[in-house]
Design a protein around this ligand. Structure first.
Ligand code: 6PG
Length: 454
């Protein structure tokens, strides 16, 4: 990622010094820089790297999240001056970024935590950039970041999100949405494959078709390519030789943890993270299949069109949850997160880019603070598609096909349009066993029940 970002920066006309702890990698990088080599200064020591940059310096750190970032800052700080700027462009936990920003505020180079999305390809040719830090720091780096960012109809997909950890928080939520989006696509893939019996080539054709409709997005586009790809070794669909156990580096989990701490519902993301966790339990799944069998059942009574609508409804609900989490975080942390701008800079470059994000940006700008599902055109789309979401979730359940993220999105939808829920019983239970009290619908104040056990 660091190498790709460096080439992107050089390509946009900025001279750049590069350093890697393994000098061999720096040499290989320089040897492969081609036409861009004249703008690149390869450095084999940190001292040479810092000396190669004219002050005031902008230094980007791209290392594994966590302690390696602190270690890198610790060795760089003494070499940099108070006018220099140190930027962590990795996927950091925003609490770490807050801590590093606070430490930087007490002296030495300024610090920014910047979320960069788009994978290797995005970093090289145009990522989406979610910057955290002071206005002054943003003003220094904006020319570089807007130049290297993806462009949507000419508009750079780079913006300042807010102070301290705001950029990394927004990137974390982006990744949480990414997890849910990917999981929902995998769930409809499961219904098509294991329920309707479509082969990967047919599923690839379905994804390709969907990519020309309202679901058009990078993730649907690459799902079509993944489903259509054959294994060069066996000639079988590549999907059939990939172990069905999903990896994760932690950003989805961070989204869930932060949402729980803030009391913000991101149930589709929670389901997606849990699904990845379960996917890793291969031996337990094998044992479960041995004991209970895998339901063969009747194929689910759903059409591919119903699946498309279900995915659309699920996706809208999941994005509504993601933007809801951003709103809650902004209130809690005193940030002014620019929600319409966030939707706009996600329209290109990042992993969750999709046509829906354009409408989301407009809706968030037109009705600030509103739940996305309450705003046009999403209210109408949900009215039109919720029946299919319900049919797909019900049919999948009857066929024994797990669709946890779609089911979570549907439960959220059904919960959030019910004036009277079922927590009256929970309040009664709490008061019964712990005298926690409850509010009454008819008079104010805390009340207790006249509980008796017969
Ligand atoms: C992006 C991606 C990127 C990376 C994640 C994947 O926006 O470019 O989200 O950050 O692919 O680290 O995370 P997992 O390994 O957790 O799936």
């Amino acid at each position: 990622m660091g190498a790709a970002l460096a080439l992107n920066i050089a390509e946009k006309g900025f001279p750049i010094a590069v350093f890697n702890r393994s000098p061999g990698r720096t040499r290989t990088f320089f040897a492969e820089a081609g036409d861009l080599a004249p703008r690149v200064v390869p450095c084999e020591t940190l001292e040479a790297f810092v000396a190669a940059i004219a002050a005031p310096r902008i230094v980007i750190v791209m290392v594994t999240a966590g302690t390696p970032v602190d270690d890198q800052i610790a060795v760089l700080r003494p070499l940099l001056g108070p006018d220099d700027l140190l930027i962590d462009c990795g996927n950091a936990d925003f609490h770490d970024t807050e801590r590093r920003s606070a430490a930087a505020a007490s002296g030495g180079p300024a610090f920014m935590g910047v979320g960069v999305s788009g994978g290797e390809e995005g970093a090289r040719h145009g990522p989406s950039i979610m910057a955290g830090g002071t206005e002054a720091a943003w003003a220094k780096v904006a020319p570089v970041f807007t130049a290297i960012a993806a462009k949507y109809e000419g508009e750079p997909c780079a913006a300042q999100m807010g102070p301290g950890g705001a950029g990394h928080f927004v990137k974390t939520v982006h990744n949480g949405i990414e997890y849910a989006d990917m999981e929902m696509i995998a769930e409809v893939y499961g219904v098509m494959r294991q329920g309707l019996g479509l082969d990967p080539a047919a599923i690839a054709a379905v994804f390709e078709r969907w990519n020309r409709g309202p679901l058009a997005s990078y993730l649907i586009e690459i799902s079509a390519i993944v489903a259509a790809t054959l294994d060069p070794e066996t000639g079988r669909p590549l999907l059939d030789v990939i172990v069905d156990s999903a990896g994760q580096k932690g950003t989805g989990r961070w989204t869930v943890i932060e949402a729980q701490m803030l009391g913000a519902p991101v149930t589709a993301v929670e389901a997606a993270v849990a699904a990845r966790n379960l996917s890793a339990r291969r031996e337990e799944r094998r044992l479960g299949a041995e004991i209970f069998g895998t339901p063969a059942g009747n194929p689910p009574d759903v059409t591919v069109e119903a699946l498309e609508n279900a995915l659309l409804a699920g996706k809208i609900l999941c994005y509504a949850q993601g933007f809801g989490l951003l709103s809650t975080a902004a209130r809690e942390f005193g940030w002014t997160l620019p929600l319409p701008t966030i939707a706009r800079i996600w329209r290109a470059g990042c992993i969750i880019r999709s046509t829906l994000l354009g409408d989301m940006a407009q809706a968030l700008a037109a009705t600030p603070g509103a739940d996305l599902t309450h705003v046009a055109p999403f209210t109408d789309i949900l009215r039109r598609t919720e029946g299919d979401l319900r049919r797909v979730v019900a049919a999948a359940a009857l066929a024994g096909l797990p669709v946890p993220a779609l089911a979570a999105a549907l439960a959220h939808f059904d919960t959030m349009r019910r004036v009277r829920g079922t927590a009256d019983l929970i309040q009664g239970q709490r008061d019964f066993f712990g005298a926690h009290g409850f509010e009454r619908v008819d008079h104010p104040g805390a009340h207790h029940g006249p509980w008796t056990r017969s």
